[in-house]
Design a protein around this ligand. Structure first.
Ligand code: FES
Ligand SMILES: [Fe+2]
Length: 370
């Protein structure tokens, strides 16, 4: 395992916020949350926040969330707006949805003041299967190329077509990496997840050998079980792009650093992690279904939401205990079992990042696979 300082030391946490969350691609939400021109949202990422906009041509933009006048946030973090321009709440400078400065009260005609120099600081942004990613470094390799091998797995689920029908957010007293490591192994399942073990054998499945900045694997559903729910029954509809394999297993993917994507025969669950402190993480969890499932009379996403809410809470409880355990001054790194090979892949990714190797590069992905 990583040394315990990686989970408890505020200096390590600050480094990760700058280099992992603010220094490469990180997920900042869903494209569906910015559906119409004029939609604006501010989302925390790394040490700061980004302002996302949808412009009149339907294009997404991401800007560092600070005004070029004296630095006021353009929207408070977590806030949203719908209007044809971006207006700073402090002295009312306004910008187009593409970030160009439109008006700066009192500056008109001022010698030497060139509007074109005072646009917002724009960052690369991309919509990958309905998830929005922002590259805080501005220099990372293209997300699409880095995730090319993952695309083959995810595309049949068409996450961009699905509709979010359930949401939960959790404030967990645990380091973000403990949560991710826990996600990557089912060695713990027989001990803490009786409901999960009823529908999916904990020792089933395998992990992938990715060539990009992601880690993951699949698990089978037990015979007669249609999906992950308390009784194994689905009250939705199977996703239309899946073959027989997709209908009989669940794929668990972590895209570095902050998305957990769980692909089920009839829904996609997404956990988006926002680290708040070395020992605290906000987890936003969503459940998305095919539009035709939502059209079913009386459709209720509860069968999926309740199952995972129970399982999530079992996991967070374990992760919070790990956090407390690792806070001991006597804590030392332990060994990983063969069933924890995906955890090994993940901590190797993290360790390579600590060693100064960019995680978001094709070369880094190849090394992770080896
Ligand atoms: S800080 Fe934005 S207008 Fe002054
Ligand atoms: Fe678990």
């Amino acid at each position: 395992m990583l040394p315990s300082a990686a989970y408890v030391d505020p200096a390590v946490f600050a480094w990760e916020q700058r280099h992992f969350f603010g220094g490469g691609w990180a997920c900042v939400g869903f494209a569906a949350e910015l559906a119409s021109p004029g939609d604006q949202r501010a989302v925390s990422v790394g040490e700061g926040s980004v302002l996302l906009t949808r412009d009149d041509d339907g294009d997404l933009h991401a800007f560092a969330n600070f005004c070029r006048h004296r630095g006021h946030e353009l929207l408070p973090c977590g806030g949203s707006a719908q209007r044809p321009s971006i207006v700073c709440p402090y002295h009312s400078w306004s910008y187009g949805l593409d970030g160009g400065l439109r008006t700066a009260k009192g500056f008109k005609g001022t010698p030497g003041f060139d509007d074109s120099k005072w646009g917002l600081v724009e960052l690369p942004v991309t919509d990958w299967h309905g998830l929005i990613f922002v590259d805080g470094s501005g220099t990372a390799v293209s997300l699409e190329s880095a995730l090319a091998d993952l695309d083959e797995l995810v595309a049949p689920y068409e996450p961009e077509r699905l509709v979010i029908a359930g949401r939960h957010s959790y404030d967990a007293g645990s380091n973000w990496k403990i949560l991710t490591e826990n996600y990557h192994e089912c060695y713990h399942c027989p001990m803490i997840h009786p409901e999960l073990c009823k529908v999916s054998p904990p020792k089933s499945g395998e992990n992938y050998s990715p060539t990009g900045p992601w880690v993951g694997g699949w698990m089978d559903l037990r015979e007669g079980m249609e999906t992950m729910s308390l009784d194994g029954a689905s009250l939705g509809v199977p996703l239309r792009g899946l073959d027989i394999t997709g209908l009989r297993n669940v794929i668990y993917i972590n895209i570095f650093p902050n998305v957990l994507l769980s692909l089920h025969p009839d829904y996609v669950m997404t956990h988006r992690l926002t680290p708040l402190a070395a020992d605290r993480t906000l987890i936003e969890c969503t459940w998305a279904f095919a539009p035709e499932a939502l059209d079913k009379p009386g459709f209720d996403p509860g069968y999926a939401v309740e199952f995972w809410d129970i399982t999530n809470r079992q996991d967070w409880g374990a992760c919070e205990s790990v956090q407390r355990g690792l806070s001991s001054p006597h804590a030392v790194a332990g060994p990983l079992s063969p069933d924890e090979d995906a955890v090994y892949q993940f901590v190797t990714q993290v360790a390579r990042g600590y060693a100064g190797e960019p995680v978001w590069s094709a070369e880094a992905g190849a090394k992770i696979a080896s």
